[in-house]
Design a protein around this ligand. Structure first.
Ligand SMILES: [Zn+2]
Length: 356
């Protein structure tokens, strides 16, 4: 069956040209990954409310009233896509018993009866609705179609190239098979390659929208844990939310760990009262310089931008100054622009830090 083999490496390199890989929010630490695994294995999450149909409608209406204006404000402020659709398309409830929700091509959010029934609180429903609005704001429905198309084209090309090498020149069936196999593999890989990243990005927008609406952000961990468990989830397994294909979603524990990381960074920003990226980045730098921490992270609930400060080396200069060299990185809300650099700061005993 030599014909069916299309080198994955060729496909992968072609597909690397698909839409940019986004970095939503801040990376999780090892401790947060452990915490996520513990949550999935042991923690008590609130019982399902088992709402009847009338209560589901009432709950969804309360959540929509609260979350929709916040999602619209976040969309406009962060220059997201489809902001008008958030106001013009009311979310609807479907009779579907599956614990799931999704956005369709017209950017309308559908919340399944199964999800509303199984939720533990209005806040958990808010986290899901905000996640779906994240897909709208980041224009994921259109991007997913684009990625599938680019993938199919790349696969077709790769299959044809491979066919040219391994097929007999007169064997047009062989050439056709290779192109067809490559094209369909590429279609699948293109559609899936970035959707895990899309889920993480939608989760980050969900946290930003909840923060904007004044909803406690830990509702997101509870809902993600509930989804992972209800879907027979386990650490390293795959939960659901948004689309029905399980493998389009990041591993449950990674997703929960990222939620915890972003929640902490956003809550920290809210607690400091700082509202500018420069203010938050310099506060994060101060924590690295003064506390001996290896890394600090910041995320701005106003702009959605985020970053890390990582200590690389600490030493004492010949003049007796304490010096730290550190790397900084920052990401724009949708992660399209990433900037980074390395700096050194020193201070004499009791004096202020000076960046060299
Ligand atoms: Zn989703």
């Amino acid at each position: 069956m030599r014909r069916a083999i299309v080198p994955i490496a060729v496909l992968a390199s072609v597909l690397a040209a698909c839409s940019g890989v986004d970095r939503p929010g801040v990376p999780a630490t090892g401790a947060e990954r452990q915490e996520a695994r513990r949550l999935m294995e042991a923690s008590a999450i609130p019982r399902q409310r088992r709402l009847d149909e009338a209560a589901q409608h009432a709950s969804l209406a309360r959540v929509v009233r609260h979350i929709r204006p916040a999602a619209h404000r976040v969309c406009v402020r962060m220059k997201g896509a489809n902001c008008g659709a958030i106001l013009s398309r009311s979310p609807v409830r479907s009779h579907d018993r599956e614990i799931n929700a999704h956005v369709d091509g017209s950017h309308r959010v559908t919340m399944n009866a199964g999800l509303l029934h199984a939720s533990g609180s209005d806040e958990e429903i808010a986290a899901v609705l905000a996640h779906e609005y994240g897909h709208v704001i980041a224009d994921h429905v259109d991007k997913r179609m684009g990625d599938a198309g680019v993938g199919a084209l790349g696969g077709l090309l790769a299959g044809t190239l491979v066919g040219a090498v391994i097929c007999d020149r007169s064997d047009s069936d062989c050439m056709g098979d290779m192109a067809h196999t490559g094209g369909s593999m590429g279609l699948g890989i293109g559609a899936l390659a970035y959707s895990q990243q899309h889920e993480l990005e939608a989760d980050y927008y969900s946290a930003l929208i909840l923060a904007e609406a004044g909803v406690p952000l830990d509702a997101g961990e509870r809902m993600l844990t509930r989804l992972a468990r209800t879907a027979g989830g386990r650490p390293g397994g795959y939960g659901q939310l948004g689309v029905a294909m399980a493998r389009t979603h990041p591993a449950n524990d990674e997703r929960i760990a990222r939620w915890i990381a972003n929640r902490r960074a956003l809550e920290h920003a809210l607690a400091t009262g700082l509202t500018t990226d420069a203010g938050l980045a310099s506060e994060a730098r101060r924590r690295v310089l003064e506390t001996g921490l290896g890394e600090t992270r910041w995320a701005n609930p106003r702009t959605g931008h985020s970053g890390t400060i990582t200590a690389k080396k600490r030493w004492r200069s010949a003049a007796g100054e304490a010096c730290v060299s550190y790397g900084w990185k920052s990401w724009q809300a949708a992660g399209r622009a990433e900037t980074e650099g390395v700096e050194t700061a020193c201070r004499s005993p009791g004096g202020p830090w000076r960046v060299r």
